[in-house]
Design a protein around this ligand. Structure first.
Ligand code: ATP
Length: 473
């Protein structure tokens, strides 16, 4: 921007003495403006775009992780540092690869007569100056012509660069900023110095948790997401929190994973205030597996490996976790196996009626390229496998889970030293295996106990369970 302004000021100043400064300066704009107005754009062409550079695709995938929907998984999974480190590494590897949008790249490749005309238009200022020099030879200076020619062509480039790159710069900067902003979110809550598990205290049985009269409102919200909640989770219990939408289930997990601090009341782990522990230790020792899970737009091996960033590339551990989570069967059916990337953010793009004219070669090509493996129903197994990566399960022999019952058995076997809390509103197949069910309504726990206990009460849980059981039958 400063470059363009100084070039323009210089041009104006140099030709002012001849009395034609404003006209000359105005003509400097003609070429670049025509270029912008008449450029041949991919937007007007039927097209299919697919990026193939692996580093470019990885950069896009990592940038896509700044999307709000991944925020909770990323923060509670304690993988922010890993993502920012990977992003820096990938950008470095990309080097000077052109990562501008395909639309800009296409524009640069064109060579039509119109483009030629536009190029000629960029010489208008010099033609104007030359005309003036002929009319008024006393004001003609060879050095001024040479300088102006340089400055004018420089200005033309600068102007176009400013216009096109400003657009992509702001788009890119916003994405990048969002990734780095994640780092700040992590520090919104302050941790203490106490390690977890506390030194000298063995925690074979898991993490006991207690909430006493906890209330919480989200920043800026007037209503209470949690209203005077008290609960006690014993070491080693497998807990399922159920309840209608907006009843406060995820909020409990958000407080336990230190995404937020309670507005009032106290939360203790092992009898100590949760705020006294190091946040990273708490997150490492906790696995929150929600049914509103998200697969990251990364390879399936990384999706699993990110459960434990210290072993993110350890294929033996990843394979074991995939088996324990029940994802191995699906992996053998995928052509690229662990390298499969689902939901690639910068994958296939197409435009301008490619789909509407199905008989064209382009449309046929698109159909072929669009054929992706739909695993939406089974993607949960990868999130479960990611959870298994959090456990050092070397000593435990686990069977392949044929159903949820075995899956929960596997989870119970490996969760030593960890607390496991499931949040769900579709639970008919889940809660029978839980040690403790917390049933929530409007920010409060209205019932708690085992499946059988809650069925005997014949209250809210029983009502919801029967409705869902009917759906499953
Ligand atoms: N980030 C937020 N900012 C403001 N209010 C929020 C936020 N997240 C949740 N809430 C509100 O807090 C209350 C409890 O939400 P919470 O997400 O804990 O419920 P939930 O039982 O997990 O719901 P769901 O089953 O739909 O995920 C709701 O009224 C919800 O609108």
């Amino acid at each position: 921007m400063a470059g363009a302004a100084s070039q323009l000021v210089y041009v104006f100043h140099t030709v002012r003495s001849s009395g034609h400064g404003p006209v000359f300066a105005a003509l400097c704009f003609v070429g670049p403006i025509l270029d912008i107005v008449f450029e041949r754009s991919l937007w007007s062409e039927p097209h299919i775009i697919e990026a193939t550079d692996p580093q470019y695709l990885r950069m896009k995938s990592l940038l896509a992780l700044s999307d709000r929907k991944y925020k909770q998984d990323i923060i509670t999974g304690d993988i922010v540092q890993h993502i920012t480190k990977e992003l820096r590494r990938t950008i470095k590897l990309l080097g000077d690869t052109d990562s501008s949008s395909p639309y800009q790249q296409y524009r640069r490749l064109q060579g039509t007569p119109l483009r030629l005309a536009i190029k000629l238009a960029s010489d208008l200022p010099m033609l104007y100056y030359a005309g003036n020099a002929i009319m008024n030879p006393t004001k003609f200076s060879l050095s001024t012509v040479a300088t102006l020619q340089q400055i004018e062509s420089l200005f033309s480039w600068t102007f176009q660069d400013l216009f096109y790159h400003a657009q992509s710069f702001f788009r890119g900067a916003n994405k990048l900023q969002a990734v780095y902003d994640l780092e700040h979110v992590v520090h919104e809550t302050k941790g203490g110095d106490l390690p977890y598990p506390p030194l000298g205290r063995p925690h074979e049985q898991g993490m006991p948790l207690e909430l006493k009269d906890v209330s919480f409102s989200y920043p800026g919200a007037s209503n209470k997401a949690l209203d005077n909640v008290s609960l006690s989770i014993k070491a080693g219990q497998l807990v399922v929190i159920v309840g209608a939408n907006g009843s406060g289930k995820s909020t409990i997990v958000n407080l336990l994973t230190r995404l937020y601090d309670a507005t009032s009341g106290s939360i203790t782990i092992d009898g100590e205030d949760i705020q006294k522990y190091r946040i990273a230790d708490i997150r490492r020792a906790t696995a929150a597996l929600t049914q509103d899970h998200h697969l990251f737009p990364l390879s399936l091996s990384e999706n699993i490996g990110l459960g434990n960033t210290a072993h993110v590339s350890d294929m033996d551990m990843i394979r074991a976790a995939a088996k324990q989570g029940g994802a191995d069967g699906l992996l053998t059916r995928l052509a690229d196996g662990f390298d499969t990337v689902l939901e690639r953010p910068s994958g296939l793009q197409w435009g301008n009626d490619v789909q509407n004219c199905e008989t064209t070669l382009l449309a046929e090509e698109l159909e072929k390229m669009k054929k992706e493996t739909d695993i939406s129903g089974e993607s949960f197994t990868f999130v479960v496998s990611r959870t298994f990566m959090r456990f050092t399960s070397g000593a435990v022999k686990l069977s392949h889970p044929e159903g949820e019952s075995q899956l929960f058995k596997n989870l119970r076997q490996v969760r030593e030293g960890k607390t496991m809390i499931f949040v769900t509103h579709r639970f008919a197949h889940l809660t029978k295996h839980a040690d403790l069910i917390l049933c929530m309504k409007e920010g409060s726990i209205i019932e708690s106990g085992t499946h059988q206990e809650l069925m005997n009460i014949d209250g809210e849980y029983c009502k919801m369970f029967n409705i869902q059981a009917d759906d499953f039958d």
